[in-house]
Design a protein around this ligand. Sequence first.
Ligand SMILES: Nc1nc2c([nH]c(=O)n2[C@H]2C[C@H](O)[C@@H](COP(=O)(O)OP(=O)(O)OP(=O)(O)O)O2)c(=O)[nH]1
Length: 152
Amino acid sequence: MPEDISERRKNSKAVDSNGPIEVTCAIIEKNGQVLAAQRGPAMAMPFKWEFPGGKINPGETPENCIIREIKEELGVEIQIKTMLPPSSHSYPDLYIRLHPFVCRITHGRIKPAEHHAVQWTAHDRLLALEWAEADVAVVKSYLNYRIGKQGI
Ligand SMILES: Nc1nc2c([nH]c(=O)n2[C@H]2C[C@H](O)[C@@H](COP(=O)(O)OP(=O)(O)OP(=O)(O)O)O2)c(=O)[nH]1
């Protein structure tokens, strides 16, 4: 087998056997809009849009993770309204499972500590943003959830 293919097999096996990296993200709602966050130039996937959040620490619940991450990244406290089904995605070098939480802000003013920009976005504008690949399924799942609630 040519060396590059065998290397690729080895790498993909390593990714599979380790399982996905578990990541939480917050779909923060306010007045019929949702907060989208833009990754910075020095991050992986520069300038792509995502939902704020991050990796679950060992021993941490997804709920505690999202509350911690939002405090760290945006400086606000949130209340979880509901969670949407987890969504897995394989990037060429990264296999993640996103756990989306629909939330609202209970205390504080947003001060982005890590993102290039944040933007309140109307539901009908969400799909126009250039999302990190894994988030497209999350946005669609959220829009279906809103349709189900007839609140869109
Ligand atoms: N927080 C967040 N991460 C996302 C989303 N979509 C998506 O593909 N990701 C990826 C980007 C990162 O590789 C990983 C989240 O980890 P993180 O937020 O703790 O990591 P990070 O970008 O600061 O990067 P690093 O720690 O890997 O250097 O999941 C999303 O909507 N929110």
